[in-house]
Design a protein around this ligand. Structure first.
Ligand SMILES: CC(C)(COP(=O)(O)OP(=O)(O)OC[C@H]1O[C@@H](n2cnc3c(N)ncnc32)[C@H](O)[C@@H]1OP(=O)(O)O)[C@@H](O)C(=O)NCCC(=O)NCCS
Length: 203
């Protein structure tokens, strides 16, 4: 494998990053069999971090092609508010609200952009920042994840964040082990996922 380069993610990367999101969208495994619309997952979980002022993102590039990302925000509440004013309205125009009982995976995703699940006060008060990391299989297990996490921790430290959290599927035991290895622990449990959090060193 050519040496991976980690750089800031930009708008021009979005299509490739949406592919990464779909390619890791089934609890860390390829999710492309789940959805009819291959862009929807990325439009919800990637786009706003790259495009909105309170988001940030890094991508790992191999042979000129983005093959993974780490996306986040210092301030979850500000990010949620920016999504509400500057990201969800356009998607809501394009994808009609499927109503209270969405039947298909696409409809369930569409419901999320009409009724976004906000982080709880208990989590945000202690861990106000959050992030997502996803690497395609070609760059997994090669030390890229820890390098991306170093970039995350530097960004959070520069922004004086007291703590960071993320949401991970309960069946994604590999990622849970990865986060535990980095000092994260479970701070909230949901039906199929857990929220893991970490206080940052200087607080
Ligand atoms: C999870 C992921 C980010 C990890 O990144 P990675 O670069 O593949 O990480 P590695 O497997 O090389 O492991 C990095 C370190 O974590 C440790 N680690 C990884 N998985 C572990 C586990 N299950 N238990 C304990 N330690 C683990 C490794 O031993 C290694 O430690 P070291 O740096 O001290 O040698 C990456 O594999 C990925 O993107 N997977 C698919 C998408 C995904 O699941 N994203 C998370 C969604 S919440």
């Amino acid at each position: 494998m050519a040496t991976p380069l980690i750089r800031t993610a930009e708008e021009i990367d979005l299509d490739a990053l949406y592919d990464v999101c779909l390619g890791t969208g089934d609890a860390g495994e390829d999710g492309s069999h789940l959805y009819d619309n291959p862009r929807l997952l990325g439009e919800i979980y990637v786009g706003p971090y790259v495009m909105l002022p309170s988001g940030f993102g890094f991508t790992v590039v191999v042979n000129g092609h983005p093959t993974g990302y780490l996306l986040g925000t210092l301030d979850t509440r500000r990010f949620e508010a920016e999504c509400e004013t500057a990201w969800w309205p356009e998607l809501r125009k394009r994808y009609a609200n499927p109503g209270p009982n969405p039947a298909t995976p696409d409809a369930q995703l569409t419901a999320e952009l009409h009724r976004p699940q906000l982080a709880s006060d208990e989590v945000v008060n202690r861990f106000p920042s959050h992030f997502h990391i996803d690497l395609l299989p070609t760059v997994q297990g090669k030390g890229v994840g820890p390098l991306m996490m170093d970039r995350l921790f530097s960004t959070l430290e520069a922004g004086d964040s007291p703590g960071v959290h993320m949401d991970v599927a309960t069946r994604n035991t590999r990622a849970i082990g990865f986060y535990e290895h980095l000092g994260f622990s479970v701070v909230e449990s949901h039906d199929n996922s857990v929220i893991m959090g970490k206080h940052l060193a200087r607080f």
